[in-house]
Write a protein that binds this ligand. Structure first.
Ligand SMILES: Cc1cc2nc3c(=O)[nH]c(=O)nc-3n(C[C@H](O)[C@H](O)[C@H](O)COP(=O)(O)OP(=O)(O)OC[C@H]3O[C@@H](n4cnc5c(N)ncnc54)[C@H](O)[C@@H]3O)c2cc1C
Length: 431
């Protein structure tokens, strides 16, 4: 489906192209799915509960596993304009700012992973994805409250009393997903023991920092991440620090500059400037959920945070949502006709995605790939930064190398080869 130039070559002629797909939630995951389904010729509708399309939050990392898919969707030039490709990550001591290690990234990582590692403002990426979906395909002010799935289709019920119908329902409605609740039952958030204070500051207010670099100031339990966004004119900061339980599973609670000052007191004096320059401070209480044992029925499935909310230690929540969106579009485009074809396509999607996202979800608790040992106790309250400071290319290649589109195409080829071999064997045995 893609060329080496990174352009999608989908023809939109797959057998699933007659399907009407409803997506609840116009976040980064829902919009990626919508853009990818639309480009493949499916009849897609997005239902967003907010009155206008917008994205909360600050900056984010988009790994090569995400950027290669975004470029194939056609967002290469827009990313080149708005995002930053950091040249390196410097890990510094929190107490005095001394350099502990430097990981070169930039062109080296781009070559190694066949796509760039970028930092971007979430609002910029959200606008880019929204530009790929025709406005008449997105309905705002539509909060899904419940749905009914039958053998013939799915009926969606909205808070304003209206209804709509679809062949397939995709729950991309975030961590408090209505669709997840109906599909998988109620489950509780798992608190990590940490909260994150975060926001954006003008790069000019932090003249000691180089806007072509990412920084991690690492202490025994607290760490400060700083990375450039908006073409290098701003830095996003994320200060992760232990905090008692009790806060909401929310991204958007208000924090105070005084909270930032208190956490950064006694740290490298250069970080004191951050506390002074910070305007609006948000507090994110770091929760995730246990991985689901399954997330699809015959006509309904989940993606992104609705399917696998994860901690940010690998910077992968949105990247995995992007991978989900593209994988789902491929599986639905290639669905065989009829209800059985839809069910098989959703099984194929979940079978491709769930094992991988489960590994990333569990690995995000510690910042390293999960092993039997470190997932047995789930590391929920592991506040140590020892693993999280290990950010060399090898330690994250299991995530960044993933090309979900190529994997699905390769599986197709392998299946076709098996089919051809079987046919050949049948012919041979018949002879
Ligand atoms: C501070 C911070 C830093 C992060 N850094 C990174 C990073 O560097 N890299 C990365 O990959 N990820 C990062 N993440 C995680 C990432 O942002 C999320 O995993 C990702 O945004 C999830 O996207 P989503 O589309 O699944 O869900 P959401 O973005 O939560 O979108 C869900 C949408 O559904 C809508 N909705 C909800 N309920 C309903 C309903 N009932 N009906 C209709 N619509 C509904 C919501 O209004 C929203 O628009 C970070 C997160 C935070 C908070």
């Amino acid at each position: 489906m893609s060329t080496s130039t990174g352009t999608s070559t989908s023809t939109g002629t797959g057998t699933g192209t007659g399907l009407r797909v409803a997506i609840t939630g116009a976040g980064l995951g829902g919009l990626t799915a919508a853009a990818s389904l639309h480009q493949r010729g499916l009849d897609v509708r997005v239902y967003e509960r907010a009155a206008t399309l917008r994205e909360q939050g600050v900056g984010m990392h988009v790994g090569p596993n995400g950027t290669r898919l975004l470029r194939r969707l056609g967002l290469g030039p827009a990313l080149d304009r708005a995002a930053v490709r950091p040249e390196a990550l410097e890990v510094r001591a929190l107490h005095d700012g001394s350099l502990l290690t430097r990981q070169e990234m930039g062109a080296g990582w781009q070559e190694r992973f066949r796509a760039p590692y970028l930092t971007v403002h979430r609002g910029d990426l959200h606008r880019m994805l929204a530009s790929l979906v025709p406005p008449e395909r997105v309905r705002t002010g539509k909060e899904l409250v419940r749905y009914e799935e039958t053998v013939y289709g799915v009926v969606l019920h909205f808070a304003d009393g209206s209804r709509d119908h679809a062949d397939v329902l995709v729950g991309a409605d975030g961590v408090h997903s209505v669709v997840r609740g109906a599909l998988a039952g109620r489950d509780e958030p798992v608190y990590s023991g940490n909260s994150a204070l975060r926001g954006v500051v003008d790069a000019a207010d932090l003249p000691h920092l180089d806007p072509s670099l990412m920084y991690m100031y690492a202490g025994p339990t607290t760490r400060v991440l700083l990375y450039p966004v908006s073409g290098g004119t701003q830095f996003t900061y994320v200060v992760v620090t232990p905090a008692p339980p009790g806060a909401d599973e929310s991204w958007t609670s208000a924090g105070e500059p005084a909270d930032l000052e208190a956490v950064l007191a006694g740290c490298d004096p250069a970080l004191g400037r951050l506390a002074h320059a910070a305007g609006e401070v948000r507090r994110w209480s770091l929760h995730d959920r246990e991985p689901l044992p399954n997330w699809s029925t015959a006509r309904t499935t989940l993606l992104g945070d609705a399917a696998h909310p994860m901690l940010p230690h690998h910077g992968q929540g949105a990247n995995q949502a992007i991978e989900d969106g593209v994988a789902l579009a491929i599986c639905l485009e290639e669905a065989a006709p009829g209800a059985d074809g839809i069910a098989a396509a959703l099984r194929r999607y979940e079978g491709t995605r769930r094992p991988h996202t489960t590994t990333v979800q569990l690995g995000s608790r510690t910042g390293r790939p999960p092993t039997k040992e470190n997932t047995m106790n789930n590391n929920r309250n592991n506040n140590s930064n020892n693993n999280r400071n290990n950010v060399n290319a090898d330690s994250v290649s299991w995530i960044l190398d993933n090309d979900v589109e190529a994997n699905l195409n390769n599986n197709n080829n392998a299946n076709n080869n098996n089919l051809n071999n079987n046919n050949r064997n049948n012919v041979n045995s018949a002879a």
